[in-house]
Write a new protein. Sequence first.
Length: 560
Amino acid sequence: MIFEIRAKDGLGRVAKLSINGKNIETPCLMPVINPNLPLITPKEMKRLFKTDIIIANSYTLYKSFDIENIHKFLDFDGIIVTDSGSFQLMQYGDIDITNKEIVMYQNKIGVDVATFLDIPTKPYANYEKAKRDLEITIERGEEARMLREGELNGTIQGAAYLDLRKYASVQMSKYDFDIYPIGAVVPLLMEYDFSKLTEIILTCKKYLPINKPVHLFGAGHPLIFALTVLLGCDLFDSAAYALYANDNRYLTSYGTKNLNDMKYLPCSCPICSEYTLEELKASEEKIKLLALHNLYATYEEIKKIKESIHENSLWNFVESRIRNHPRLYYAYKKIKEYSDYIGKIDPFIKNTSLFYTGEETKIRPLVTEAKKRLKRVSTKRDTSNPLFNYPKALAFTFPFNIEGDIDLDFDQNVESLKTIFDYQFGRGTGKKFLKDTTVKKSKTNRIRYIYGKELLATLRARDNLFTLTSEGAKRLHRILKYPYYRVMASEQVVPFILEGRDLLSKFAVSWDTDLRAYEEVLVIDSNDFLLGTGKLMLSPKELEYFERGVAVKIRATVKL
Ligand code: GUN
Ligand code: ZN
């Protein structure tokens, strides 16, 4: 399995996931296929939605069919994940198959990702039962790890007890599963207990390996995707599209509607464009058509989320989505209790400015970190907005330039540049960096370029933060002592870095652990010899765990 981050925001990531040579991009949806109730075939899904990963239930298959190869049987060449019958276990209390048998069966039929027979304890079962069930689940996980040939899900249980979820995450991490589903959350979803869901996800994330995908087991409603992706969930499985269709219910990213209560079809998918509400209700194919709309709505939300991760606007997007249900709004506020953990992984510099959408914006870890970094600046804090008291020199600098601030013109001068530099790189650095420099303005009459003998730095228009040239990097390298703002490259890649190739995570040896993703950094060799400068693409914790992906996107290298 390969899992490689392409873009990130919050704890969310757009990543490449490769299993058995088949590539998909996460976050992603795995539609549940039930061959006993065929509604939309995998082939049709592939054609309509470009579905490249599906999930089926191996216990149901085992009971009802004689299967040699799952890909042939389902006529699907994408990734096939199978569940184990755990859900039937939760519903009926008992099933007639052992953990060993169901794992061996999944080996036999050639699934891409198997699941062992975990015990999904209901959230509010008593503590003793939850603990007993969890011990059995962990034992079964260990057994399955030895029996399974290929990728394996390591489902995390522990009911609503956070100490058990932590224990499960720590123990299961030892067996190096390929994907970590968070289990038994369906009852919480049915009850809209998104606050408990948020606490469970964040507890598990904190103790699971950051370089493995996390699947929110049984979650298929688009209402909760944005929030749970922000919290670090990568995979979702949806039976909801079909179950809800059977029940006359219409899925949207802002909630569930009953066709009988609606006047219009407020969507532009092919189904809702072709049919009026009355025609849809009268159609003989109503259930299938409704299931198709439900899938369109579900895939659409995933695409919007991925787009917003690339834009680094996921927090803004989530703050709009949580307004679709009060329980989501309360759940969002739970994030505050996990701010330290999230802050270390969340990018500190974003492509999109911070939107102040209301009181809850204050809980973002980035706001806390920015306030901490304001202490680097000695200039008087003479300006304020709903989030910050800050020096006017930072009025155009991210994140102080919150959307909605309009009346902020001020005279840029060398002093204001020093303030920005101190904020970005540390107290006192601005004065030293800007010694014997001249500035050049942009066409819009704003200071944009800092020159010594050559160009040293550019003040980026988007967020009024500095990017360095190789001469600028040399100057900063002299000003800041090791290990500040540095990422050390392994000796073997030094020639490649000097050619301007990116530093890969695998070859990043050590780094300033206070750095945050998307900051401008210095790249050095093992003797603190400067090689170049660029943008840090991962957080320090991700640098530690990810073998794959770019660590520093190189902007400029020193000329030898
Ligand atoms: N489907 C929904 N929830 C669960 C769970 O906790 N475990 C398994 N195996 N499947 C599920
Ligand atoms: Zn539609």
